[in-house]
Design a protein around this ligand. Structure first.
Ligand SMILES: Nc1ncnc2c1ncn2[C@@H]1O[C@H](COP(=O)(O)OP(=O)(O)OP(=O)(O)O)[C@@H](O)[C@H]1O
Ligand SMILES: [Mg+2]
Length: 245
């Protein structure tokens, strides 16, 4: 049997007295789009930060393609094939779109010509081919989101962690993002996505996991999971679930 792409075992992170992530375990297979749901403060970004090496776990293990990567640094994990987008994107505003897309390329190569042509390919892939010479500060919020995604893609990941890339998008933009995420998966990239917009989750993922107060409370098919009392309670409160019963 081949190892899962990602295996998270009993992962915990404590900040002072707060257990932001508490004994979370799940696996993810190659080619999967797995959605991570949960109300504000559930620990989703903290879990991402540990998987991508931005935070050291307090306890637990992370295995990537069967290898233990627990405690690895972001630049090492990036070379292993893990990339992430940030919930708050921080592009280099006075650089152009192309230049921003070149930055990640240096993780893979030192050949500037090659890095430039790959960056241009990514811009085309994002539908931003005509914007490559624009300084990022002049882009719309949504184009900046797409660029954030492109910056992650420029490191050529096999696992992409996406943290709320649809936040603040119009319905048309959300639809465009859904199409883009599918297109990325079709190139062989597996995707773990944090998203609050249910329509986006339903359109993209065959499986979802749900966190609440640091714990994993559900793992299954989207339609089944959103009907579970625990999940409804996490989102809408005890009273809502009681009135439905
Ligand atoms: N560096 C930190 N130091 C202290 N507490 C933190 C730190 N990072 C996160 N937390 C706390 O850990 C908990 C989980 O935060 P996290 O950002 O992971 O939640 P989230 O599920 O991503 O929420 P959101 O949907 O709002 O993005 C919160 O209570 C948060 O305040
Ligand atoms: Mg978050």
């Amino acid at each position: 049997m081949t190892a899962p792409l990602l295996e998270v075992r009993n992962l915990s992170k404590t900040f002072g007295g707060l257990k932001a992530v508490s004994e979370v375990s799940f696996t993810m297979n190659k080619g999967e789009i797995l959605a991570l749901l949960g109300p504000n403060g559930a620990g989703k970004t903290t879990a991402f930060n540990m998987i991508a090496g931005f935070l050291q776990p307090t306890e637990g293990q992370i295995l990537f393609e069967g290898r233990d990567i627990t405690g690895g640094k972001p630049w090492d994990l990036c070379r292993e094939g893990i990339a992430r987008t940030f919930q708050l994107s921080r592009p280099f505003s006075d650089l152009t779109v192309l230049e921003n897309l070149m930055v990640g390329g240096f993780a893979r190569s030192s050949d500037i010509g090659l890095i430039r042509s790959r960056a241009a390919e990514i811009a085309e892939f994002l539908g931003m081919g005509r914007q490559i010479d624009i300084e990022v500060q002049h882009l719309t919020a949504f184009d900046r989101r797409k660029l954030e995604l492109g910056r992650a893609l420029s490191t050529r990941p096999t696992l992409l962690l996406m943290d709320e890339v649809v936040a603040g998008a119009t319905p048309a933009e959300a639809q465009e993002m859904v199409a883009l995420v599918r297109k990325i998966r079709d190139t062989g990239v597996s995707i773990l996505i944090v998203e609050h917009v249910m329509k986006v989750i339903m359109a993209l993922s065959e499986r979802v996991i749900v966190m609440e107060s640091g714990r994993l409370i559900a793992d299954g098919k989207p339609h089944d999971v959103v009907a579970q009392p625990d999940v409804l309670k996490a989102y809408f409160g005890e009273q809502y679930v009681a009135t439905r019963a």
